[in-house]
Design a protein around this ligand. Structure first.
Ligand code: PLO
Length: 547
């Protein structure tokens, strides 16, 4: 900015002189110009001040989101009593409160986000600000007070563990040969079981079979081991995992009102029993790995974690110990427990939903089979390199992930400082729930959102894949995005393509179609039912050598 020359000072002062003191000679043209400038400047300043004041006071400025009625102690509990599961209830409440609103869970303020712009602001744009996690009674039991990745709060330790796991999973990354081999071996064994039951003319509950196939993949990655059918350790795992899913992180009453722990609580007791069994299993794996650990070979994720722990211990100084950087035995066990638990329950659940929808929509099943017949044929089994030429199967997987997201409310986030979502002010410590269900069923974003239509993910020529709306986040996004996304996509593709190349799935005669409702928990699980797997015509004659 040009600084005013010496001659400017006098007229400027003159502007402030009372009229009767203005020199009688009258104002010069420059005096008048300066006077006008000053008036304009003052007027602009006043207008700006008024706008700012108005913004602060008007409802257009940062303001609290609309909120549900709340009473002392119980919060908004009365408005949340509903026969519907929370994700459906929260979607419905948009009609009255708008897409982003708040409520009180006991003494905690919770914001519910039902639209993708705000969801992306929370997860991506302000990902670090919203990277916190709430503590709750049940997740503390599961994770030894948050010493894991999924439920653990944002910290240096958390980032460090995520980095190690990310590195270990990349070893088996997208398109990597070893992981493809492991998945195909499991697909093969799954198909043999389907053949046996088909040959015996029996119907089968696919759930334990799919779980074992998926468990063995993540078991190889985490512990370099696998389970045979009927293995008692695997049966124990099935049991404890279901117990955990039924009781953890459901915003159950004990999570909302922690003081309820003092009363006998069947759910909490079951959770503690299941966690004890899981911990015994994890400890056994840990001890075995520790006993034959070598710095020169990294067999799996547990070895990668042990290596990080050893190297921290070797560099141990007074201030920096393995414990202080979060490499205590508890942390290692909880991290590997998370990856194992997530690896099993999420992918199994999507596979079960996929099969449920394929049974409801036999025309979709037929179209995938036609695609497999023309692009892969029957002389060999599908492999990862076929992904690009099987768009309809890929579109079906995307549609399953849209219509039945594994975790419809993700895991709650916490604001780590005062911040905002859109125009709404958010105070530090506020919990934020992203309702993925609303995003994936938003009528403004999806045509007939309740209709299962894989075609929506295909381009107009049906030759390539598209994502038709930004309101689609099946794996979450941002700093806490799902670590197993690539692995899950490989498994879904290979398991489904192997099964559908060989079998047609249906409901046994006389049985009704499986429910599409799902049981709400940290994961939305489909109900149990029996399936007929019928070997496709001509399969025996043409079947490939590998089978
Ligand atoms: C599943 C039951 C296991 O026994 C323990 C476990 C660990 C990690 C959890 C997982 C359960 C459920 C799905 C979760 C996963 C971490 C991330 C994943 C919550 C409880 C999702 C969907 O966010």
């Amino acid at each position: 900015m040009a600084s005013p020359g010496p001659s400017c000072t006098a007229p400027l002062c003159n502007a402030w002189l009372p009229l009767n003191q203005i020199p009688p000679s009258g104002p010069s043209a420059t005096d008048m110009a300066w006077f006008l400038c000053l008036c304009v400047f003052l007027a602009v300043a006043l207008v700006l001040l008024a706008v700012q004041l108005k913004l602060r006071m008007s409802p257009q400025g940062p303001r609290e989101p609309p909120h549900l009625p709340a009473l002392p102690l119980i919060g908004s509990l009365l408005s949340l009593l509903s026969p519907h599961p929370p994700h459906v209830l929260f979607k419905g409440l948009q009609g009255k409160y708008g897409q982003t609103y708040s409520l009180m869970m006991g003494s905690h303020s919770v914001i519910i986000v039902n639209q993708h712009r705000h969801a992306k602001e929370v997860l991506m744009k302000k990902g670090k600000t919203f990277a916190g996690r709430p503590r709750s009674v049940t997740t503390d039991v599961l994770t030894r007070d948050g010493k894991d990745i999924a439920f653990g709060d944002y910290s240096a330790t958390w980032r460090f563990h995520r980095k190690i796991v990310h590195g270990a999973l990349c070893m088996f990354g997208d398109g990597s040969a070893p992981i493809e081999k492991i998945i195909c071996a499991e697909a093969q064994s799954l198909c043999s079981i389907l053949s046996e039951t088909a040959a015996a003319g029996l119907a089968l509950d696919l759930s334990p079979e799919l779980t074992r196939a998926v468990t063995n993949v993540i078991c190889s990655l985490c512990f370099n081991s696998s389970y045979c059918r009927g293995d008692p350790e695997f049966e124990a795992m099935l049991h404890y995992s279901q117990g955990i899913l039924d009781t953890v992180a459901k915003d159950s009453l004990v999570d909302i009102f922690p003081w309820l722990q003092i009363f006998p609580n069947a759910d909490l007791r079951l959770l503690k029993q299941c966690v004890t069994i899981r911990d015994t299993l994890l400890q056994k794996k840990y001890d075995e790995h520790k006993a034959d650990y070598s710095d020169h070979v990294q067999r799996d994720l547990l070895d990668a974690l042990l290596r990080a722990k050893r190297s921290a211990e070797n560099n141990n100084t007074a201030e920096v110990s393995a414990e202080s950087v979060g490499l205590s035995e508890d942390h290692l066990l909880m991290t590997v427990g998370d990856i194992f638990g997530a690896g099993v329950e999420t992918t199994t659940t999507v596979l079960k939903w996929a099969i449920t929808y394929l049974i409801h929509y036999p025309q979709v099943q037929r179209r995938i089979q036609e695609e497999l017949d023309t692009k892969v044929g029957r002389g060999r089994s599908p492999q990862l390199s076929d992904r690009g030429s099987l768009p309809y199967l890929e579109a079906t997987i995307r549609e399953v992930l849209r219509i039945r997201p594994v975790a419809p409310l993700l895991i709650p986030h916490v604001a780590l400082s005062d911040t905002s979502i859109g125009d709404f002010a958010v105070r530090k410590g506020t919990r934020v729930i992203i309702n993925l269900w609303s995003l994936h069923h938003d009528e403004k974003e999806w045509k007939n959102p309740d209709l299962f239509d894989p075609g929506r993910f295909l381009n107009s020529e049906a030759t390539g894949l598209i994502i038709p709306s930004s309101s689609y986040l099946p794996f979450g996004a941002g700093v806490r995005v799902c670590l197993g996304e690539a692995l899950a996509k490989m498994e879904l593709f290979l398991f489904l393509s192997w099964i559908l190349q060989r079998y047609t799935l249906s409901i046994p005669p006389g049985h009704s179609l499986p429910s599409l409702e799902g049981k709400f928990g940290v994961v939305l699980q489909p109900a149990k039912y029996k399936v007929n797997a019928k070997l496709r015509p001509d399969w025996e004659r043409n079947k490939c050598q590998a089978c």
